[in-house]
Design a protein around this ligand. Structure first.
Ligand code: NAP
Length: 326
């Protein structure tokens, strides 16, 4: 019931304010910047003065079209927007994207880890079900690979940089039945088609993102890194996220309930500019909020630890040493 009231309040009464922080001179990376919330976040960043916005996407033609649209509506210099290939369903693509960032960009002030999928179809990419590879494993791999660049930028320019993940309020309703297994078996169970609860899968992926942000932030404090790590939630928005669920009812609900992506994207931009009080925090609608559900208490702490231990092992198998940040 509380969740329902909260939903109604957020969708119909409260509107995240337009962002005002300056991104002047800054370089920003937006994954999934070719559409939906990511595209609108790119547009906001340009309006707020960013010198360079990297649209990181798997479909270059779609990314180029997005860049042209942002340029046409903001009259920014064509050089301000660059389209770089990044496919989160491939670890090799994540690694080569991160290598390019490290070698070609002189600074990175913010990474909006925004790309994500929602599906009820069980498909494997790399060694996981696709939602887990895209929203969880590759997102975390990218976070580890780009953290050194964010840290370097913070030191070199005497500033604080941001790693902001687009989470979702749906983490609250995750039942995460796949966690009722012995230690070390969570990812194997998520990747077992016969045991996967696909109706809960997107919610679980967003719960795992929260665990990761909390754990990552605790291990790499802003005081030593200069990198603020947080998770935002944009509310229910009219994007392409629901493409695999489309039908008369879903289309109707989206039309009457959903926010415009421009409005939801304000929360992403806020996350990439808010201060260090947001480190390790959940920031829906531009406000820090305590998390609920399976993140709470002893059970939440245990689950977070188990997920982190397993995920670290997976990342180390992809690239030995990647989780060791100085
Ligand atoms: N819309 C909502 O109501 C809502 C609510 C809460 C949270 N979110 C979160 O917001 C984020 C953005 O979603 P959206 O609503 O803007 O949906 P969207 O319009 O579907 O955008 C998702 C973006 O992620 C990209 N993407 C998907 N898989 C990828 C992959 N393997 N490699 C690289 N990019 C990939 C998509 O690229 P393609 O266009 O090539 O597919 C697209 O650019 C997601 O993390 C989502 O979970 C959305």
């Amino acid at each position: 019931m509380v969740l329902l009231f909260d939903f109604i309040y957020r969708q119909f009464i409260h509107k995240p304010p337009p962002p005002t922080a300056s991104f002047k001179g800054k370089t920003v990376i937006v994954t999934g910047g070719s559409g939906g919330l990511g595209l609108e976040a790119c547009r906001w960043m340009i309006r707020l003065g960013a010198s360079k916005v990297i649209i990181a996407c798997r479909n270059i033609a779609k990314g180029e079209a997005a860049a042209e649209e942002v340029q046409a509506t903001t009259s920014c210099s064509p050089d301000a927007l660059q389209v770089w290939e990044l496919d989160l369903s491939s670890y090799a693509s994540v690694q080569s994207f991160a290598k390019r960032v490290t070698t070609e960009l002189s600074r990175v002030d913010a990474v909006l880890a925004n790309a994500g999928i929602g599906t009820r179809k069980f498909r494997m990419t790399e060694d996981n079900e696709e939602t887990i590879t895209t929203n969880v494993v590759s997102m975390t791999l990218l976070a580890f690979l780009l953290h050194p660049k964010l840290r370097e930028t913070a030191t070199k320019y005497n500033t604080q940089t941001h790693l902001t993940v687009t989470c979702s309020e749906l983490y609250e309703v995750a039942t995460f039945k796949e966690s009722n297994v012995p230690d070390g078996q969570i990812f194997a169970t998520l990747n077992d088609k016969s045991k996967a609860v696909m109706s809960d899968r997107y919610n679980v992926s967003k719960l795992l993102e929260l665990y990761i942000i909390k754990e990552f932030a605790a291990r790499f404090p802003v005081s030593s890194s200069g990198v603020i790590v947080n998770a935002v939630a944009p509310g229910f928005c009219n994007s392409e996220l629901h493409r695999e669920y489309s039908g008369v009812l879903v289309d109707f609900l989206v039309r009457i309930l959903a926010r415009r992506t421009e409005v939801g994207a304000r929360t992403l931009v806020y996350g990439a500019s808010v201060g260090e009080e947001s480190h390790g925090q959940y920031v829906p609608d531009c406000k820090i909020k305590e998390t609920k559900g399976l993140t709470k208490g002893k059970e939440g702490a245990e689950l977070q630890h188990r997920v982190w231990v397993e995920l670290k092992q997976k990342l180390e198998a992809i690239q030995p040493g990647v989780t060791t940040l100085s």
